[in-house]
Design a binder for this molecule. Structure first.
Ligand SMILES: [Zn+2]
Length: 137
């Protein structure tokens, strides 16, 4: 049951593996939290509900990573094969960080802030951690 899940990142990643991008919304002031937060920072309310994000937004900031955490080396990324991470501002308002696909990390000068992106649900490999990815559209 959606309503019974705790408002924490474990639940968030659980939803992600079910191909849902979920945010916690404060029932009192309607602030959105992504990743979810059990306490509203705006009004200190604790009455939260899950809402599904459409997953569309625009690139607000990005950086190309050539030396990342060790699990990225396992995925084949290194100095010669960098990857992009970025902050995406969702249409619903919250900003979320994630992997950015579909743009060339070797040509960051060609990448524009404001590029429309949509969430991409990756099949998590056995034993690998799940992460949020967006692709340019
Ligand atoms: Zn609130």
């Amino acid at each position: 049951m959606t309503a019974e899940r705790e408002f924490n990142s474990a639940s968030f990643y659980q939803f992600l593996s079910e191909k849902k991008l979920m945010a916690a919304r404060c029932k009192k002031c309607h602030s959105l939290y992504l990743p979810p937060h059990p306490l509203c920072i705006q009004c200190h309310g604790t009455d939260m509900e899950w809402v599904e994000m459409k997953g569309n937004g625009k690139l607000a900031a990005f950086t190309a990573i050539s030396v990342g955490p060790s699990f990225t080396l396992d995925e084949g990324y290194d100095r010669d094969n960098p990857y992009l991470v970025g902050i995406v501002e969702l249409d619903e308002g919250p900003k979320v960080s994630g992997r950015i696909q579909g743009l060339d990390p070797k040509k960051p000068e060609d990448i524009k802030v404001g590029t429309p992106v949509t969430v991409e649900f990756l099949e998590p490999e056995e034993g690998k951690r799940c992460y949020i990815a967006f692709k340019a559209i």
